[in-house]
Ligand binder design. Structure first.
Ligand code: CA
Length: 222
């Protein structure tokens, strides 16, 4: 199991990584908000420990974006001491648990184990639309049972559309969900991305609604 530790204070990050490793998990440290957002949304971690005060992009914004993108990973938020509003905001943004600094490492590990237990019982279901099946946990996509090799960004696009199935999603909304910087938001970037995904899926599961955006339509109940 891989645990992502997002913490810009070197000593705390190192202590957490040591404890996580000692508990038999694989620890990965990220100190920058932008990188954390990208990795957490792209790679299949079993859980994420997320500090809120980060350079680049703050933890709350990262968490909101993950949840908006339907990234299902359990998140344990680290808040500053006494900042009760951070706790409320964190839970509103989709944190599964939180812990105020300074903390005892034993307590972090206890909370982490509890998170992993709950997540194991929850089991994010696969989503199948037409011949395409998407597994939010393993981040795998198959078409008629054959694996489709999507890039991380292509996967995120498809994951977003599948989780918002049944409604048209505009290019603007996709652009905001998938890119962190304005300058990356080229007007035709989403169009090109959708084109690539369509080719890889070799199916018309992503439809265009002219003037509204893109939609995937769930199968009608029989
Ligand atoms: Ca910090």
């Amino acid at each position: 199991m891989r645990i992502l530790i997002v913490e810009d204070e070197e000593r705390i990050a190192r202590d957490l990584a040591e404890a996580v490793t000692a508990a038999g998990y694989v620890a990965e440290i990220v100190t920058d908000g932008e990188e954390a957002w990208f990795k957490g949304g792209t790679e299949p971690y079993s859980a994420i420990i997320l500090d809120l005060g980060l350079p680049g992009l703050d933890g709350l914004t990262i968490l909101k974006r993950w949840r908006q993108e339907a990234v299902p990973v359990p998140v344990l938020v680290l808040t500053a001491r006494g900042a009760w509003s951070e706790r409320v905001d964190g839970i509103d943004a989709g944190a599964d648990d939180y812990l105020a600094k300074p903390f005892r490492i034993e307590e972090v590990m206890a909370r982490l184990r509890a998170l992993l237990r709950r997540a194991a019982g929850r089991g994010e279901p696969q989503i199948t639309i037409g011949p395409v099946t998407l597994d939010p946990r393993t981040r795998e996509v198959t078409v008629s049972g054959q694996p489709a090799a999507l890039t991380p960004l292509e996967f995120r696009l498809l994951n977003y559309l599948f989780h918002h199935r049944g409604r048209a999603v505009s290019q603007m909304e996709l652009s905001e969900a998938l890119y962190s910087h304005d300058h990356e938001r080229e007007s035709n970037a989403i169009e090109a991305l959708v084109g690539r995904v369509r080719r890889k899926l070799k199916s018309d599961v992503i439809e265009t609604r002219r003037g509204f955006g893109y939609i995937v339509t769930p199968p009608q109940p029989k």
